[in-house]
Design a protein around this ligand. Structure first.
Ligand code: SF4
Length: 297
């Protein structure tokens, strides 16, 4: 689930280092991320289709289409939706606890991703519980449907954060009550790219809000008063507020300060502890039995 143009600097950064396209892709898809609010990305699904104005400049699509037709490249099929079974077990391989953005290059709850596959992804998240997962969707109705069918035991855990994107009043705001109906350890909003004043918001049941402007060529403008309004509402409703960026054509120039400071707040959760080698092996076995997949081959 791309959050607008989160990835603007990544390909350039990799090119500077003279890495092959394959290595660039591995860099951006797994451990290590330039996204300010996460440590790593995990993409058991690739590709997506646009649903609302926030998708207009989806960088995941631009990036993926660049590699269409290149045999052997992870994006050989461009932005066509694909399930990537060989990456379902990635978090089990990462020993150090991380915050992991799930599907930065897709949307886990896309209509073409079968619930059986989403179940496998959740089984891995539930088992590899030394990480924190940030699952962001523009399709919270399907997330709600999945939670209803598979139950709280699979979905509701403090280390699995479920979020939705909110870019405007027409498409974004109606997603909030839908998310609120999903059982979750932490519910969050990614208000990026913020496209207009959102007015008054009910943040009941929401534990984290991220705000950011669009970046890159053709970036749509962001007004300071829209951001201030959200920050003030977060303060009034005691919700942690993370200001990601002002955005613009050259996002580094505008930076990410608001009223002379940065806002890097996160939900308060207990720190995760890395498992022992033995315990991790036990968990891998458990996840393999639950998913029927060979996860760390
Ligand atoms: S929902 Fe899909 S098309 Fe829209 S921004 Fe996210 S990844 Fe891109």
């Amino acid at each position: 689930m791309s959050t607008g143009r989160l990835f603007t600097l990544m390909p350039c950064a990799s090119r500077k280092l003279g890495r092959s396209p394959k290595v660039q892709e591995e860099d951006r898809m797994s451990d290590g991320s330039l996204i300010e609010w996460t440590d790593a990305t995990w993409n058991p699904v690739r590709g997506c289709t646009k649903v609302s104005p926030g998708c207009k400049h989806c960088y995941a699509q631009t990036f993926a289409e660049r590699w269409r037709g290149i045999p052997g490249h992870p994006y050989e099929f461009g932005f066509d939706l694909r399930l990537v079974e060989e990456h379902v077990g990635d978090p089990l391989k990462w020993i150090k606890p991380r915050r992991i953005f799930v599907n930065s290059m897709s949307d886990l709850f896309h209509e073409e991703v079968p619930f059986e596959f989403i179940e496998k992804v959740f089984r891995v998240m539930k088992t590899a519980n030394w990480h924190t997962y940030q699952v962001l969707t523009k399709r919270p109705e399907r997330m709600r449907e999945f939670a209803k069918e598979f139950g709280k035991k699979l979905v509701e855990h403090p280390h699995i954060w479920l979020g939705t994107s909110v870019e405007d009043q027409k498409y974004g705001l109606p997603r909030i009550p839908v998310l609120r109906a999903v059982p979750a350890g932490v519910r969050f909003l990614s208000i990026e790219p913020l496209l207009e004043d959102l007015g008054e918001m009910n943040l009941e049941g929401i534990q984290w809000v991220i705000v950011g402007g669009e970046s890159g060529l053709g970036a749509r403008p962001l007004a300071k008063e829209w951001v201030v309004s959200i920050r003030n509402q977060c303060r009034a409703q005691r919700v942690p507020f993370f200001f990601k960026q002002w955005g613009g054509v050259r996002k580094k120039v505008l930076g990410r300060e608001l009223d002379g400071r940065t806002y890097d707040e996160f939900p308060l959760v207990a720190p995760q502890v890395a498992p022992t080698q033995r315990e991790r092996a036990r968990r891998i076995g458990e996840a393999e039995r639950a998913t029927g997949l060979s996860l760390v081959a």
